[in-house]
Design a protein around this ligand. Structure first.
Ligand code: ATP
Ligand code: MG
Length: 353
């Protein structure tokens, strides 16, 4: 059986390979508290990552190599992840009497029933979660499966950059890992929290209760739509639009004509996503929304979403609960912070047991 989640217990750089940027972040502990040692954000050319799959390993590896250089760190080991949407998770029950080998065989038989790919193309991992509630003779097993090539291309990209890929995680678990840190800054105790990651091409709503992801759904929506509209109506190239968005140097006309309506559209997309969540079953009502990903860096997006949805909305900020290295330029770091949340959740693997 192939191991999906390699484990490591050393300092790890969190590496988030998105469709438009690679994000890298390194943490250490100072007096018991997380400390941001380094970070970098490097753009990817169009087409390098499509539909959550790395299409061009050498190009992504080159961007990661640049990211490693810019981060200026001695840490080389890395944790990266696959998006939740490419992973199949299933809760199963098996007799406690199975040996490890027998259990692996049984899991393969079981997995063959619900995984829509040939098993030799799939990476499968499982975790024994404890005794089943239905019988003391059974164990609950969490099975996680993902197409082998989705993992391999990410691992090859990281390894091709000069880093050493120690961990391939799933975005959901990085989100769960960052949640306690977010709770230190935001009032999330006893709340049903919707965490929305809005990137360049996709938006994912995670709903968390007691720090556990109880629901997640990805939809095709993101900053690319805005970037493309802006290139069409101005004489700016994609790179220039990206830079202007990040430095808030777009003309007032473009801000009024395009950024403001885009915030409204984002709010409507989140609303739609939440409707899907409510229609999925009997889960609790969302008390608070947290926004992350590059689009969460748009000034005033939290207020626009809150106004449209009538739900308390904040930009996810794990870094207020951390110290930031004095070598890091805060004028550059702060506007990038929302897009670094996932990389931060991955870097937290450094402190995992
Ligand atoms: N400060 C900013 N202001 C406005 N937009 C921003 C800012 N920073 C990033 N963006 C936009 O956010 C998007 C990139 O966000 P992010 O890095 O989270 O995406 P990604 O992870 O590459 O994409 P995806 O998750 O969809 O694969 C781009 O569309 C970019 O233009
Ligand atoms: Mg992303």
């Amino acid at each position: 059986m192939i191991s999906l989640f390699k484990t490591g217990s050393k300092s790890l750089l969190g590496v988030d390979i998105g469709s438009s940027y690679v994000k890298l972040l390194g943490l250490s502990k100072h007096a018991g508290n997380p400390h941001v040692d380094c970070y970098s954000v490097v753009p990817l050319p169009e087409g390098a990552v499509i539909d959550n799959n790395v299409q061009d390993v050498p190009v992504v590896a080159e961007a990661l190599e640049k990211a490693l250089r810019l981060a200026n760190t001695r840490i080389k080991h890395a944790a990266t992840s696959v998006p939740t949407s490419v992973v199949i998770v299933k809760q199963l029950e098996f007799s406690k009497s199975f040996s490890e080998d027998e259990l692996e065989d049984q899991i393969k038989v079981e997995a063959d029933q619900f995984i829509p790919y040939p098993l030799d193309e799939v990476a499968i991992d499982f975790q024994i979660q404890g005794e089943s509630e239905s019988s003391p003779d059974l164990n609950e097993i969490l099975l996680v499966a993902c197409r082998q090539d989705s993992i391999q291309s990410r691992e090859d990209s990281v390894n091709g950059s000069g880093m050493i890929c120690d961990v391939i995680d799933v975005d959901t678990y990085a989100i769960e890992r960052i949640f306690p840190v977010l709770s230190e800054t935001h009032d999330l105790l006893q709340k049903t929290v919707g965490l929305v990651d809005i990137g360049a091409s996709s938006m994912t709503l995670y709903v968390l209760e007691q720090g556990e992801v109880i629901y997640s759904r990805e939809q095709a929506f993101g900053g690319n739509d805005l970037t493309h509209s802006l290139t069409q109506v101005s004489d700016l190239s994609i790179d220039e639009v990206e830079r202007a968005k990040k430095t808030n140097t777009l003309s007032d006309e473009l801000v009024q004509g395009y950024i403001a309506p885009f915030k409204q559209t984002t709010a409507q997309q989140i609303s739609r996503s939440i409707q899907f969540y409510y229609s999925s079953g009997t889960h609790g009502e969302i008390d608070t929304l947290l926004l992350m990903g590059g689009i969460a860096a748009l000034p005033g997006i939290d207020a626009a979403v809150s106004r449209e949805l009538g739900i308390k909305t904040e930009v996810a900020d794990p870094f207020s609960a951390m110290t930031i290295d004095s070598r890091i330029n805060r004028h550059k770091f702060d506007p990038e912070a929302p897009s670094l949340v996932l990389a931060c959740g991955l870097a937290l693997r450094s402190f995992a047991e």
